[in-house]
Design a protein around this ligand. Structure first.
Ligand code: GRF
Length: 200
C-alpha cells in the first residue's frame, strides 16, 4: 500500500512514522506547503520523494487544494496522513479523500479543537490532556477518533513542558494508528471509528 504524508514544519510526527515503519506500506511521498519545512530534509535523506506545493503561489484555497490533490494523487495513496499540516482544507478536498485522510491533533478531542491547545488546556485548569488521531471530515477537528493518548497536567507545567509531554505520546500513537489502518483493522461506522482486534 501507499502512504502520502503532508507536513508544514518540523515534521517530527512524519519522522516517527517513517522510523517506526509500516508493515505492508511504503511512504510514497512527503509533501509540504512550506518550502522551508524542516522535515523535508529528513525525508529526502531517507530517499523518500519530497515535494512542495507552496500555498502562497495560489490565489485561493480551492486552487491550492486542487494543486495539492494533484500532487498527492500521482502517488495513488491508500492513506493520506496530515502530520503538522497547518492549512485548513476545503470540503471538496476532504470529500475526495473520504475514509483515507487522517490527522493528529494535540488535545483530547472534542476538547480544544483549533490552535494553541496546550496554552488553552493550562488556562482551563484541566488535569489531563493529550492527543487524538482522527479521520478528517469537513468540520475542523471533528472526524471519527482512531486513538487517543492521555498525559497528566502537572501543577507547575509550562506550555512547553506540556507540549513536550504530549508530543512524546503523539510519536507513539500516530505510527500505531497508521499501522492499524494499513492492516485493515479500523472500520468506519458513521461518526465513529472502530478498531478491530488483531488477527490471531
Ligand atoms: C503536532 O503537535 C501536531 O499534533 C500538531 O502540530 C504539531 C506538529 O509537529 N498538529 P511535527 O511537525 O509533527 O513535529
Amino acid at each position: 500500500k501507499s502512504i502520502v504524508i503532508l507536513i508544514s514544519g518540523r515534521g517530527s510526527n512524519m519522522e516517527a512514522i517513517v522510523r517506526a515503519g509500516i508493515p505492508g506500506a511504503r511512504i510514497a511521498a512527503v509533501i509540504s506547503n512550506r518550502p522551508g519545512a524542516e522535515g523535508l530534509a529528513f525525508a529526502a535523506a531517507r530517499d523518500i520523494a519530497t515535494e512542495v506545493v507552496d500555498h502562497t503561489a495560489y490565489p485561493d484555497r480551492e486552487r491550492f487544494d486542487a494543486a495539492l490533490a494533484e500532487a498527492i494523487d500521482r502517488h495513488t495513496p491508500d492513506l493520506v496522513v496530515l502530520a503538522g499540516f497547518m492549512r485548513v482544507l476545503t470540503a471538496d478536498f476532504v470529500r475526495h479523500y473520504a475514509g483515507r485522510l487522517i490527522n493528529i491533533h494535540p488535545s483530547l478531542l472534542p476538547a480544544f479543537g483549533g490552535l494553541h491547545t496546550h496554552r488553552r488546556a493550562l488556562e482551563a485548569g484541566v488535569r489531563v490532556h493529550g492527543a487524538t488521531v482522527h479521520y478528517v471530515t469537513p468540520e475542523l477537528d471533528c472526524g471519527p477518533i482512531v486513538v487517543q493518548a492521555v498525559v497528566p497536567v502537572l501543577p507547575d507545567d509550562t506550555e512547553a513542558e506540556l507540549a513536550a509531554r504530549v508530543l512524546a505520546e503523539e510519536h507513539r500513537i500516530y505510527p500505531q494508528a497508521v499501522r492499524w489502518i494499513i492492516a485493515g483493522r479500523v472500520r468506519l461506522d458513521g461518526a465513529r471509528a472502530e478498531v478491530l482486534a488483531a488477527p490471531e
